[in-house]
Design a protein around this ligand. Structure first.
Ligand code: NAG
Ligand code: NAG
Ligand code: NAG
Ligand code: NAG
Ligand code: NAG
Ligand code: NAG
Ligand code: NAG
Length: 246
């Protein structure tokens, strides 16, 4: 079980690297992330089935199911390298296909206020569903160019917050990732500019709303039909990648 998990993760890494991914270990590609939490160690026997436990022998924590499943930020503590994000909201780009079981996934994007947020209870977009090409790990990115802040949330340049991205797989297990931000004036030159390279939608990922047909962020037209002709090609690309390297 652990063996096959780590092999498939390793294989994903290799495939993504082969496909020329510039942010090879990143789940939130814009505006950034707390750090690489694509990491699994220890065994479920070591932890007696817990997702995280202290391993006395090695004097460290072990995560036999993977760090990214630990609430609220995938096993990563608050970071000190905050990235600037506009006070009026901004872009969020995500690579959702790192783990098996995400042919469809529910995405939640929340924000927690303060340096070390007490909760991540401020929902910034309606939860939505994505459809990817495969239940095996797959490459690909999607980006919401203008995720707004909730109308009743008032923030100023210099305020700290954490953006949390939750991805629930088909069986309900949720993968957590965060980025620590500092709100900045919309014209602040230190906000990383949004470009076609850091904010784009891969053609093999499509979207459905769960509960509503209102638009996500400023982008309309969320209800796109899945693009099966393109979907069909991706497993071949993956298979070629695996075949060449295993
Ligand atoms: C913060 O630092 C970690 C560890 O060096 C790095 O992996 C991550 O990309 C950095 N995040 C940002 C937003 O700069
Ligand atoms: C913990 O230490 C033991 C003994 O040195 C080793 O066999 C085991 O692989 C270590 N666990 C991890 C997760 O590295
Ligand atoms: C397990 O992984 C965590 C997170 O990367 C790390 O802090 C810890 O030292 C590792 N433990 C062992 C025994 O390798
Ligand atoms: C979440 O934290 C905020 C402070 O950032 C607080 O105002 C709010 O009441 C908290 N909400 C819940 C549900 O705990
Ligand atoms: C902000 O508005 C949302 C819905 O628009 C609501 O669920 C939430 O409780 C409100 N929060 C506060 C602090 O008023
Ligand atoms: C942008 O970053 C540079 C280098 O860290 C810093 O010197 C400058 O003051 C920053 N500008 C603003 C508007 O914060
Ligand atoms: C990606 O697709 C979503 C959903 O259709 C849309 O809201 C968003 O604007 C698109 N992103 C880009 C960069 O076009």
């Amino acid at each position: 079980m652990i063996m096959s998990q780590s092999i498939s993760r390793w294989a994903t890494l290799v495939v993504l690297l082969c496909l020329g991914f510039t942010h090879a270990h990143t789940v939130i590609t814009y505006p950034g992330y707390r750090g690489n939490n694509l990491h699994t160690n220890g065994t479920v026997q070591d932890t007696n089935g817990l997702g995280v436990a202290y391993d006395a022998q090695n004097k460290s924590l072990v995560y036999p199911y993977g760090m990214e499943w630990i609430y609220p930020c995938g096993g990563m503590p608050t970071s000190t390298n905050r990235t600037k994000w506009p006070v009026k909201g901004g872009a969020i780009a995500i690579q959702p296909g790192w783990f098996p079981g995400h042919e469809t996934a529910l995405i939640y994007i929340n924000i927690g206020l303060g340096e070390v947020p007490e909760n991540m209870s401020h929902n910034v977009v309606q939860p939505f569903q994505i459809s990817g090409p495969s239940n095996e790990p797959y490459p690909g990115t999607f980006c919401l160019p203008q995720v707004p802040l909730p109308a009743n949330l008032s923030v100023s340049p210099g305020d700290f917050a954490t953006i949390q991205v939750v991805e629930a797989a088909q069986h309900g297990a949720a993968l957590f990732n965060c980025v620590d931000i500092e709100f900045a004036d919309v014209h602040d030159p230190n906000i990383t500019k949004i470009t076609e390279d850091n904010c784009f939608n891969s053609s093999d990922i499509s979207f459905q709303y769960m509960f509503t047909t209102s638009s996500i962020g400023s982008g309309a037209a969320m209800l796109q039909p899945p693009r099966h002709s393109i979907l069909a090609l991706i497993p071949l690309v993956l298979a070629a990648g695996f075949g060449a390297l295993m």
